[in-house]
Structures are given as structure tokens and as C-alpha cells.
Design a protein around this ligand. Structure first.
Ligand code: AMP
Ligand code: MG
Length: 328
């Protein structure tokens, strides 16, 4: 599937995973952990992986359409300008929108505030066969009110427990949860916000409140550190993605998602009806001329199918083997 070189030297699921010894304040937000190339190589490789991601998504969709219970949920968190929208546009944008359940979470509405904080989140979960994408999520409920001093420690602790339990439940129901925290630096955020002010066509993205949020930078950083420490679990790990270089963040999330889908080991579903019998029934409705035309393409279609399966198998192998191929 394409020529762009695979320059991953480590599996990003290993290098980016938030472990117990993560020191968020020491994270190089301009870094490109695990990737040995630069921007051009990354863009070319992201596009190449996109073709695999797209086929994986179609297989997941087919699985869901035929009674399977698997789904994937990508949770995208990050402060203003971290690049959440860019992930949706450039990574999720590479797959068929019919297979995606996208939900952006803003300040809770009047109705949402009358329910438990997970109410609106449960309603947005992907059905089997879909890739759910959360642009912000239930994590806002342990970030914003905390920084604003609106919740006591015991409420916060209860919410963390509820979130971990909720995600365990989601995982047990067949949904693989992938959480990415896009980490932009203070300097870069300032530049990106200023750019929004410089360009009238970006004004709509700016909210005067973004500056207030920025002024609470340190409080948000420690709130994020706490989130990562308390909710990066075996069934729902956090991946911490340096986001000062947009191309790296997009490359990394593409790879995390692709490898997650590869691990689902999805096959084209079998069918309960008999192909030969349906072929006979259909043929009975067609003209001699059409039947001759259809028959003339049989070999080509068989070859196309074989080639496509071989290309898929090769791409899957490439997305599975970084750690061993390059010796970690
Ligand atoms: P944006 O993602 O730029 O459209 O902004 C959405 C805004 O909604 C951000 O300022 C979020 O912090 C805020 N938000 C989202 N969820 C919550 C929540 N549960 N509680 C408070 N604020 C929230
Ligand atoms: Mg915003």
C-alpha cells in the first residue's frame, strides 16, 4: 500500500503510553517519540497508513453489520489549540464518514446539567462496527470544575472512580477504548491563539474565555497530570502525544488507531446464504448479453480480490512488527 517508508522505530503504544512514572512537566512537547523521520516523511506515511486504516474501518463496519459486537472509541483531549479538530479532519477524515460516530462535547447544556455527568457520554457511545470519536469528553468533568474550584476533593475522587468503572464497562461490552492527550506547549499555544486573532477567517475559533483558560495553565497541567495518573488503566490507557508539531500528532494518532484496529484481527464476515444459489437466482433475471459481460470479468475480479487481500496482509504485517523488526 504505497511507497512511503515506515520510520517508526518504536511502537507508539509503548513510547506514548502514560505509565505510573510519567512526568508531564518534563514532556518535550516539540518531540517526535518513536519516529525517525521529519515532516515530509510523516505526511507521506500518514497517507499510506490512511489506506490501511480505511480498510480496517470497513472491516469493522462489516463486522458490526453482521452481528459483531466490536467498536472502537477514540477519546481526544487537549487544551485549546492542541489540535483536536485537526485530528478529526486529518486522521478520522481518512475513513468513510458512515463508519464514524463523532461527538464534540462543549459546556453542558441546561438539560445535560440536570443529569449525571456520564449521561451525555453514554448516549454518544459508538454502536458495534463504528469508530466513535470524542472531541473532548467526560474528562472535562474532572478538569474544568476542578481548575475553577467548583468541586471538592471527595467529589473528584468519586468521579475518577466512576470514570474508571464506566470505561471498564465499555471495554467489557466490546468497545476498545483509546485515549489521547494532545500536549501543546505554553509558547506554542500562545502563538496559535495569536494566529487566530490575526486572521479574520479564524476568529470564529477564538473564544475570549480561551485566554482565561490559558491564564490557569499551571492548574490545567496539574489537573491533566492527575487525570493521566488516575485513569490510565489496562483496558483504557492514555497516550500522551506531543502536539507542537501537528504532523507528528496526526501521524501518532493514525498509528495508535491503526494498530488498535489491527489487533482486533477483523475478517470479512461469512454469510448465511449460498453464493452459488444466489448467483443462479440473479442470472435468471439477466439478459444473455449482460451475463456474457459479467462472465468476462470473473477472472479480473478474482485477481483484484487476491491482490487486495495480499496488500492488506502486507500492510497489517507492517503495522504489527515495528518493535521486533527494529529491535525496539
Ligand atoms: P471547544 O472545544 O473549543 O468548542 O470548547 C468547548 C468548551 O466547552 C471548552 O472550553 C471546554 O472546556 C468546555 N467544556 C466541555 N465539557 C465541559 C464540562 N463537562 N464542564 C465544563 N466545561 C466543559
Ligand atoms: Mg475552543
Amino acid at each position: 500500500m504505497g511507497d512511503a517508508e515506515n520510520l517508526w522505530t518504536r511502537d507508539p503504544r509503548t513510547v506514548l503510553r502514560a505509565g505510573p512514572d510519567l512526568d508531564l512537566s518534563a514532556l518535550d512537547r516539540h518531540g517526535r517519540p518513536g519516529w525517525a523521520g521529519g515532516k515530509d516523511e510523516a505526511k507521506a506515511f500518514t497517507a499510506r497508513r490512511g489506506r490501511l486504516l480505511s480498510e480496517l474501518q470497513e472491516r469493522l463496519f462489516a463486522h458490526g453489520r453482521t452481528g459483531g459486537d466490536r467498536a472502537v472509541l477514540l477519546v481526544v483531549q487537549g487544551l485549546d489549540t492542541a489540535g483536536k479538530g485537526g485530528i478529526v479532519r486529518h486522521v478520522i477524515g481518512m475513513v468513510d464518514p458512515q463508519g464514524v460516530a463523532l461527538r464534540a462535547f462543549g459546556v453542558p447544556t441546561e438539560e445535560e446539567r440536570q443529569h449525571h455527568f456520564l449521561w451525555r457520554v453514554r448516549r454518544a457511545l459508538p454502536r458495534p462496527g463504528l469508530i466513535g470519536v470524542f472531541d473532548r469528553s467526560h474528562y472535562e468533568d474532572v478538569l474544568v470544575p476542578r481548575v475553577q474550584g467548583l468541586v471538592e476533593e471527595d467529589v473528584l475522587t468519586r468521579r475518577f472512580d466512576e470514570i474508571n468503572h464506566f470505561e471498564e464497562e465499555i471495554a467489557a461490552s466490546g468497545t476498545t477504548v483509546v485515549k489521547v492527550a494532545l500536549m501543546v506547549s505554553y509558547e506554542e499555544q500562545g502563538l496559535r491563539l495569536m494566529e487566530r486573532l490575526d486572521r479574520p477567517d479564524k476568529h470564529w475559533k477564538f473564544d475570549p474565555g480561551d485566554v482565561d483558560t490559558r491564564r490557569s495553565w499551571d492548574a490545567y497541567q496539574s489537573a491533566y497530570a492527575d487525570v493521566l495518573a488516575r485513569t490510565s488503566t489496562g483496558v483504557a490507557p492514555w497516550y500522551v502525544v506531543p502536539a507542537d508539531r501537528k504532523w507528528y500528532a496526526r501521524l501518532a494518532v493514525t498509528e495508535l488507531l491503526t494498530r488498535t484496529l489491527v489487533d482486533l484481527d477483523l475478517h470479512w464476515p461469512g454469510v448465511s446464504w449460498d453464493v452459488a444459489e444466489q448467483r443462479r437466482r440473479l442470472a435468471a433475471t439477466m439478459s444473455e448479453e449482460s451475463l456474457r459481460e459479467a462472465a468476462s470479468g470473473v477472472e479480473d475480479r478474482a485477481a483484484e480480490y487476491r491482490e487486495s487481500e495480499a496488500a492488506y496482509a502486507a500492510a497489517v504485517a507492517d503495522a504489527s512488527s515495528t518493535e521486533s523488526r527494529r529491535g525496539g
